[in-house]
Design a protein around this ligand. Structure first.
Ligand code: NAP
Length: 245
């Protein structure tokens, strides 16, 4: 039985990925900042662990408790949508701490056991906004662009050890709580940028293709199980259209 450890399973993509792998007979280590058993189906193949990817002690404890991990999915992330002038440096650091440094720290923590076994897969959830950059997303996009470069270098570094490294790139997913959780173009945007905000709201209303959590789970599954899977994998109809273009 193979084991996957997923970060950020309390909602959205992480929760869906956990359910997807559970339904396919994997052992699933679903990690959350505040673990909740009631949101996942009961199973003796499910282990819930507390994990905050910005906290080194929390990472160490989770990895020690988890034991052997075949696949690591770095999914935990936060959004930051605002004009740069409206963003505090504290918020900038927070976004990089979670999205970028959290991904790097988790990878570093899991890597020694994979290298020793000469086997394993690391899957990092990025975003198609790194391919088609949007205004008001400069900091968020920078956190994910760093994940892209990190992943691409690491894929080459770890290939001799038979460790696969992949990027899953979802498009716009309005179904998850992700966008509601941030100050998405609401109070914090300086007045000077309000016209831009209105334009973006209008553009979002025209969107017809989106990414569903199921699309992300399917892409992660492919990255975990298909040895021919490419380094970059789009997730969602909009992501496939964009990458195709
Ligand atoms: N939704 C989109 O449109 C979209 C598009 C492209 C890429 N993405 C990326 O996809 C990933 C998942 O997004 P989602 O849409 O599923 O959002 P979501 O429902 O808000 O899920 C984000 C998850 O990350 C967790 N998290 C946040 N900070 C954490 C930390 N310090 N340590 C551990 N876990 C932490 C959250 O846990 P708590 O409940 O504890 O906060 C939550 O479980 C993110 O990396 C996001 O950047 C999203």
């Amino acid at each position: 039985m193979k084991t996957v450890l997923i970060t950020g399973c309390s909602s959205g993509f992480g929760l869906e990925i956990a359910k997807y792998f559970l339904a396919r007979d994997w052992k699933v280590i679903a990690t959350m900042r505040s673990p909740r058993a009631d949101i996942l189906p009961a199973s003796d193949r499910l282990q819930l662990l507390a994990l905050d990817v910005t906290d080194p002690d929390s990472i160490r404890r989770a990895i020690e408790t988890a034991g052997p991990i075949d696949v690591l999915v770095n999914n935990a992330g936060i959004g930051l949508s605002n004009a740069l002038e409206g963003v505090t440096m504290e918020a900038v650091r927070g976004a990089f701490e979670t999205n970028t440094l959290g991904t790097i720290a988790m990878t570093q923590a899991v890597l020694p056991q994979m290298r020793t076994r000469m086997s394993g897969t690391i899957i990092n959830v990025s975003s198609t906004t790194t391919l088609a950059p949007h205004p008001l997303l400069s900091v968020y996009t920078a956190t994910k662009a760093a994940v892209n470069s990190f992943t691409e270098c690491l894929a080459r570094e770890l290939a001799p050890f038979n460790i696969g490294v992949h990027l899953v790139m979802p498009g716009f997913a309005p179904e998850t709580p992700f966008h509601a959780r941030q100050d998405l173009m609401n109070d914090g945007v300086p007045d000077t940028y309000q016209e831009l905000v209105q334009q973006i709201h209008a553009a979002l209303e025209q969107v017809t293709e989106v990414t569903r959590p199921q699309d992300v789970a399917e892409a992660v599954w492919r990255a975990a199980t298909d040895p021919t899977c490419p380094l970059r994998l789009p997730a969602g109809a909009d992501a496939r259209t964009l990458i195709g273009a």
